[in-house]
Design a protein around this ligand. Structure first.
Ligand code: ZN
Length: 255
């Protein structure tokens, strides 16, 4: 049943930027459920942003998976924003300094592909991912870039800034034309029950804060745990009361 959503959200309301992370052939079914969940809560497809992994786990090239390609082309045709999300998503090697332990392993679960990469390898992976998206007929996904877990080494971040993307997304916000926008981000961790409960509580606190442009990050893993799915649904319903949903491209005025 649809909630009485968006009744209070006017054209001047702050934006709600809903993104589905980690979309790939490996997560197709869960990604489709995430889109359905957002739609049921009242976020139309053309207001969604999907973060697409070109070669997930270095094992699932998108251009060789017709079902995922067809689904993404359909969404793009309906107006959803597609964004390149790394190349493999997986971090090579290990990072065992204190900063590395926290960010790469606790926060990103070893999924910070660019966390410890030098500039040349970063450029190679960006190009490799782009080529896969183009071969898949998903050129639209190459105008923006989100590094997995929003992490990058300083050299990798420099390369991303110079790679011709119209916008980049970091944990701190969307970077576009020299501005940082929508710094508030809400996401859930679904790795285990304790983490899921803790992050759901944190998300609930942020959801009920003062309305401001807000990014809501939904991960396919959120759909594998009923409590996390409920938390995402509650967050969407609460945020839609005072925010108007927009895709990244529409929000940045590049749609
Ligand atoms: Zn990701």
């Amino acid at each position: 049943m649809s909630p009485p959503l968006a009744a209070g959200a006017a054209a001047t309301s702050p934006a709600l930027l809903v993104s589905i992370h980690d979309v790939s052939p490996l997560t197709l079914a869960l990604s489709q459920r995430a889109v359905a969940l957002a739609e049921e809560a009242g976020v139309a497809r053309h207001h969604l942003t999907l973060l697409v992994i070109p070669r997930h786990e270095d094992a699932a090239p998108l251009d060789e998976h017709p079902a995922t390609v067809a689904w993404l082309r359909g969404l793009s045709g309906e107006g959803a924003t597609l964004v390149q999300h790394g190349c493999t998503h997986r971090m090579a090697g290990r990072s065992l300094g204190p900063r590395g332990l926290f960010w790469a392993h606790l926060f990103a679960r070893g999924q910070g592909e660019f966390f410890n990469l030098p500039g040349d390898e970063t450029a190679r992976r960006i190009e490799r991912g782009r080529a896969i998206l183009r071969r898949a007929g998903l050129e639209a996904a190459t105008s923006g870039f989100v590094p997995p877990a929003w992490l990058a080494s300083p050299d990798a971040a420099c390369v991303m800034e110079r790679s011709g993307f119209t916008f980049l997304e970091w944990l701190e916000g969307l970077h576009h034309l020299g501005q940082r926008r929508a710094p508030r981000v809400i996401g859930l961790g679904s790795l285990n029950a304790v983490e899921a409960a803790a992050t759901a509580a944190w998300a609930a606190l942020q959801v009920h804060g003062r309305p401001a442009d807000t990014r809501l990050a939904i991960h396919p893993a959120d759909l594998t745990r009923p409590s996390s799915t409920r938390a995402v649904r509650r967050a969407l319903q609460a945020l839609l009361l005072g925010h108007r949903p927009l895709s990244y491209a529409a929000y940045l005025g590049i749609a």
